[in-house]
Design a protein around this ligand. Structure first.
Ligand code: HEM
Length: 201
């Protein structure tokens, strides 16, 4: 509520007729500068399509987790020994699960390279690129480590001990993707809020 109040105040200062009162006039200039910066940030962010990349990454992660639970439900570690199993081909399900992860790794690596190039080629966007680079790298690391554990499991008939690490890794990967989504949301931050104030629904 307070944020909306402050933003409404900034927008009304920036768009009002110039005041003859010096103190108000300084505030108006500051508010206008701030609004211009937000507009530039918005233009940059939409040009770079961060939201599309991160949504694709989050969707692939959700698919990987879903496919993983199918693998477990069809395999030897679901419930006790007499528990009914999902009637799907275990190696095929594991390969499909692995394939989703391979795509996830490809998309993530490409996006890490895209972010890196942005920082190098366009120093003006360092802030937004830096805001996403760190959570994206951590996510990439988590997926790579998890993928390694997964393939070790796959080629060694899924030893029970590694399943613990795989589930722990799945939690870490999920936490990392949520942090990434939040970082993208934050990098838009005030710009989105200002849009809302300028164009109330
Ligand atoms: C981002 C990477 C990955 C994530 C988030 C992930 C997630 C999961 C999840 C959530 C499960 C189910 C755990 C349960 O419900 O008990 C699972 C199981 C499994 N995953 Fe993955 N996984 C990843 C990578 C891989 C890779 C690359 C492979 C290699 C083929 C793999 C092989 C397996 C196997 C064999 C199981 C069944 C383990 C068992 O219960 O016996 N995973 N995975």
């Amino acid at each position: 509520m307070d944020i909306v109040y402050i933003e409404t105040s900034i927008v009304s200062h920036a768009t009002a007729w110039p005041s003859s009162d010096p103190a108000t006039s300084v505030l108006q200039i500051q508010a206008k500068r701030w609004l211009d910066e937000q507009a530039t940030n918005r233009a940059r962010l939409s040009r770079y399509n961060d939201r599309v990349w991160i949504r694709a990454i989050a969707t692939l992660t959700a698919l990987a987790v879903f496919a993983g639970t199918v693998v477990t439900a069809a395999g030897p570690h679901a419930g006790n020994e007499s528990a009914p199993r999902l009637d799907v081909d275990l190696p095929a399900a594991a390969r499909l699960h692995g394939l989703v992860v391979v795509w996830l790794l490809l998309v993530s690596t490409t996006y890490i390279i895209v972010l890196r190039r942005r920082v190098v080629e366009d120093p003006g966007v360092q802030d937004s690129a830096h805001a996403l680079t760190r959570p994206m790298r951590l996510f990439g690391l988590a997926v790579a480590a998890q993928g390694a554990i997964g393939y070790i499991q796959y080629f060694n008939s899924t030893p029970a001990l590694l399943v613990w690490f795989h589930i722990l890794g799945a939690c870490v990967v999920w936490i990392a993707v949520v942090r990434l989504v939040l970082a993208e949301h934050d990098s838009r931050g005030a710009a989105v809020e200002v849009d809302r104030v300028l164009q109330p629904s």
